[in-house]
Design a protein around this ligand. Structure first.
Ligand code: UT7
Length: 343
């Protein structure tokens, strides 16, 4: 676990604009009732999810990433040519290689700048923000595009009721650049507990179990999850990591205006609110409409929050997530509104 103090940085790096994209196709709880042995009542009470978005065949992660990136560029009022760096967090890349970030770079009509993917499951957006922030603060890079994108419907087993009700598709993007001192990212914490990685896996298709007829028959190309183990990890780590980064930023919990948590389950979010003693209304929630969109989740939620107008210049915001690895990421930023264009 690395805790990074950003407040004393040479230059302050923040978010200049956000964007998001979801496919048009909706999968409701009623539709799932016809697919697996479940009920709208179980899904809503146990998860808070009412519907999720599902990408059409032919839509890949780079397509959603592109849509989200264009909006983020527009809101940051910069051109794709102004970017120095692209980081894409995903566990469902278009293909094993080239990286989805490189496919996105090409789609944006730019080249030469570094572009790479990062795999940290649902913590991916927070990981990518932290990596990009460090590269901008310490290096020659000036503007970065960070995208969290996943099309989990491609790796979800629609015969498994314990996972099929949870996941959806989407993308969230942010443009990072220099902001006035005192704004932007103040502290971050990234962590991983590799020993617990087995509770959330996509076993097939890698070098250990390459795709074969047998791997397909054994349904190895679908998400396998011990849900209650992930649940316990999530409630513990959300509380602990959020407390550590808020303290590291020199703030008290009462200073936090918004928490944008990973959108996995409303019960996990409520438990975090209780443990952190932050009113639930200060947690931005859209899990009811999108389900768990993995690496897209926090970026998508942050973008929706920014578009509501309720996120004000100077607000202290905590972004906190957990996911496959098992990994976690927590960041504190002070929102900088300058130049941000709303629809
Ligand atoms: O982004 C990181 C990825 N993962 C997560 O965030 C998931 C974290 N975990 C969770 O959100 C919850 O653990 C779940 C929503 C996955 C499951 O909720 P739970 O309250 O932990 O339920 P459970 O797994 O303990 O199962 C309770 C019962 C079981 O039946 P029995 O054994 O008590 O008879 C399950 O078979 O609920 C049953 N069940 C369902 N029933 C109806 C499990 N899934 C369903 C379903 N519909 N879809």
């Amino acid at each position: 676990m690395i805790v990074t103090e950003m407040r004393e940085s040479i230059k302050a790096i923040g978010i200049l604009g956000t964007g998001s994209a979801v496919p048009e196709g909706v999968l409701t709880n009623a539709q799932l009732e016809a697919m697996v042995d479940t009920s709208d009542e179980w899904i809503v009470t146990r998860t808070g999810i009412r519907e999720r978005r599902i990408a059409d065949q032919g839509t890949a992660s780079s397509h959603l990433a592109y849509e989200a990136a264009l909006k983020a560029l527009e809101r940051a009022q910069i051109q794709a040519e102004d970017l120095d760096l692209i980081i894409c967090a995903t566990v469902t890349p278009d293909m094993a290689f080239p990286a989805t970030a490189c496919l996105l770079q090409d789609r944006l009509g730019i080249n030469a700048i570094p572009a790479f993917d990062l795999s940290a499951g649902c913590s991916g957006f927070g990981y990518a923000l932290t990596v990009a922030e460090s590269m901008l603060r310490g290096g020659p890079y000036k503007k970065a595009l960070v995208v969290g994108v996943d099309i989990l419907s491609r790796i979800t087993d629609y015969e498994d009721r314990s996972t099929s009700v949870l996941f959806g598709d989407g993308a969230g993007a942010a443009i990072l650049g220099e902001v006035p001192n005192g704004f932007g990212f103040l502290a971050s914490e990234l962590g991983a507990d590799g020993a617990s990685g087995g509770v959330l896996q996509l076993p097939g298709g890698g070098s250990l179990q390459p795709a074969s007829l047998e791997s397909v028959h054994r349904r190895q190309h679908f998400i396998k999850m011990q849900g209650s183990d992930v649940f316990k990890f999530a409630v513990r780590i959300l509380e602990e990591s959020a407390k550590r980064v808020v303290a590291k930023a020199g703030l008290a919990m009462e200073d936090v205006v918004w928490v944008v948590p990973h959108q996995a389950n409303i019960r996990i979010i409520r438990s975090a609110a209780n443990r952190l003693e932050i009113p639930e209304e200060r947690f931005f929630v859209n899990v009811d409409r999108y389900g768990n969109t993995s690496a897209a989740s926090i970026g998508l939620a942050l973008d929706e929050l920014a578009q509501t107008g309720d996120l004000k210049h100077g607000d202290y915001v905590v972004l906190v997530g957990f996911g496959a690895g098992l990994t976690w990421s927590a960041l504190v930023l002070r929102w900088f509104e300058g130049g941000l264009v709303r629809e």
